[in-house]
Design a protein around this ligand. Structure first.
Ligand code: PEP
Length: 257
C-alpha cells in the first residue's frame, strides 16, 4: 500500500449472509473493537435487505456501508431490482460491481458491468469493480490479457475525474472462498499491472491515486504480507468479514505497513 497517494480500504463482502438483527449485533461488537486512530477506511457491503439496518447501526461510526449489487437503469419496470439512486438515498457509499459470483451465477457480462459502473458513479457512489481470472485462465497464461479486458471494459466511458472514485478489486476466482490465497507476489504482480493499465488510460497522476484491493481468502494471518506490497491498497474480504474479530484482525494487519 501507499498511504501517501491513495486510500487504504478494507471492505467486507458479506454475500447472502446475516439478517437485519444479526447486522445490528455485528455492528455493536465491531464498533466496540474499532481502534481510536484511523489506519484505513472501512466498508461493510451487506445484503440489500440489511442496508437500512446497517446504515442506522454504523451511523455514529466511521464504518461506511456498501451494497453488493445494483441495477443500471434509473427506474422502471424491472421487478426485483434496486437502482443506484435508491442505494444512495439509503446512505450507501460503495457498491460492488462485477463480482465473480455475479458474473458466473447471474450472467453479469463486461458490458453490464460497465453500465453498472456508470450508474454507480452517476449517483455519486463509489464502485468497487472486481476483476479476476479462473484457475484455468491462469494456467493457460492469459491472466493479464483477461484483466486488461475486464478493466478496460468496466472503465469504458469513465472520465479521469470519475476514475478517482473507483476502487479496483483484484480477485482471482481460484482464491475466493477456497482458503487458498494468492501469494503476495502473485497478487502484487496483477495489482501492479492493474495500475499500469489505468496509467495507460488516464496517466500517472490519476493511476497513483486509485485504490487497488486484493480479494481471495484474505485473513488476519496473511493480510500484513499481502498489504506490504506497494500496489495492494486494501482488501475485499468475504468469509473473514462475517465475524467482528476476524475482520478487525485484518484492519490491525493494515496498520503494520
Ligand atoms: C469475495 O468473495 O469477495 C472474497 C474475497 O471471498 P473470500 O474472502 O471468502 O475468499
Amino acid at each position: 500500500m501507499n498511504r501517501r497517494y491513495r486510500k487504504t480500504i478494507i471492505a467486507g463482502n458479506w454475500k447472502m449472509n446475516k439478517t437485519a438483527s444479526e447486522t445490528r449485533a455485528f455492528a455493536d461488537e465491531f464498533k466496540a473493537l474499532l481502534p481510536k486512530s484511523k489506519w484505513c477506511d472501512i466498508v461493510v457491503c451487506v445484503p440489500s435487505a440489511d442496508i437500512s439496518a446497517a446504515v442506522r447501526a454504523f451511523k455514529d461510526s466511521r464504518v461506511a456501508v456498501g451494497a453488493q449489487n445494483v441495477y443500471f437503469e434509473k427506474s422502471g419496470a424491472y421487478t426485483g431490482e434496486v437502482s443506484a439512486d435508491m442505494l444512495a438515498d439509503l446512505g450507501v457509499k460503495y457498491v460492488i460491481v462485477g463480482h465473480s459470483e455475479r458474473r458466473a451465477l447471474f450472467g453479469e457480462t463486461d458490458s453490464i458491468v460497465n453500465k453498472k459502473v456508470h450508474a454507480v458513479l452517476n449517483a455519486d457512489l463509489n464502485p468497487i469493480i472486481c476483476v479476476g481470472e479462473s484457475l484455468e485462465q491462469r494456467e493457460m497464461g492469459v491472466t493479464m490479457e483477461l484483466i486488461a479486458l475486464q478493466l478496460k471494459s468496466a472503465l469504458s466511458g469513465v472520465s479521469a475525474e470519475q476514475v478517482r472514485r473507483c476502487v479496483i478489486a483484484y480477485e482471482p476466482i481460484w482464491a475466493i472462498g477456497t482458503g487458498k490465497n494468492a501469494t503476495g507476489e502473485q497478487a502484487a504482480e496483477v495489482c501492479t499491472f492493474i495500475r499500469a493499465t489505468i496509467r495507460s488510460l488516464y496517466g500517472a497522476r490519476i493511476a497513483r491515486s486509485v485504490t487497488v484491493q486484493y480479494g481471495g481468502s484474505m485473513k488476519g494471518e496473511n493480510a500484513a504480507e499481502l498489504l506490504s506490497h506497494e500496489d495492494i491498497d486494501g482488501g475485499l474480504i468475504g468469509g473473514a468479514s462475517l465475524k467482528a474479530d476476524t475482520l478487525m484482525a485484518i484492519i490491525h494487519a493494515a496498520n503494520q505497513n
